[in-house]
Design a protein around this ligand. Structure first.
Ligand code: GRF
Length: 193
């Protein structure tokens, strides 16, 4: 299954997806990394990994129109599944409709807890015992689609948002590739090409 990755930042999850794919044959192939942040570190990562990249700033362009550009680029590369990996923008309803059931996201909390930003600080402030990450399908509501996979991380007494984020990120790197692979394997089984 041909996967396009959308990112806005560092791209460590992209690197993890690529590494997992490189180790053996999987149900997915990464074909493109696209970004709304032309200077995103993740694009450098993508190029190093030999991926095609596309970038354009979302400033000065309406969301729906910007998303149409991304959509066109994804389709130009025959992308079948979209994986958000630190893509820090809401997608337009039109885009989501066009890719219904085929957009995955990784979110750094145990959804349905802590949708949105600052998940780790919020988990710490609440005195939670567990933090973690979730891979979910993207729907119109922020961080709200069906959860496909989760990993838990024990919160330690001395944790701050940064130390906790670092341990959760390690779990993200394990969880996302497996979840994407399983999702794509199922999709492939459902609709042979
Ligand atoms: C991760 O924490 C992910 O859960 C969130 O954005 C961050 C992306 O990090 N959605 P990276 O760009 O993959 O390093």
């Amino acid at each position: 299954i041909r996967v396009g990755v959308l990112l806005s930042g560092r791209g460590t999850n992209l690197a993890a997806l690529s590494e997992y794919r490189r180790r053996q044959d999987r149900a997915y192939d990464l074909v493109l990394a696209a970004s709304n942040v032309p200077e995103a570190r993740g694009l450098v990562v993508a190029r190093t990994l030999g991926l095609k990249t596309w970038a354009r700033s979302h400033r000065d362009i309406a969301r729906a129109e910007f998303d149409r550009l991304i959509d066109a680029e994804l389709r130009r590369h025959d992308v079948e599944v979209v994986a958000l990996a630190g893509y820090m923008r809401l997608l337009s309803p039109e885009f989501i409709r066009g890719w219904e059931g085929r957009i995955l996201n990784i979110h750094p909390s145990l959804l349905p807890l802590y949708k949105g930003l600052d998940t780790h600080a919020r988990a710490l402030a609440a005195g939670d015992m567990w933090a973690g990450c979730s891979v979910h399908l993207v729907t119109d509501a922020l961080d709200d689609g069906p959860v496909l996979a989760q990993a838990r991380v024990r919160i330690r007494e001395r944790d701050d948002a940064e130390t906790l984020a670092a341990r959760v990120l390690e779990e993200e790197h394990r969880l996302y590739p497996k979840a994407l692979d399983e999702f794509c394997a199922e999709l492939r089984g459902a609709a042979p090409r």
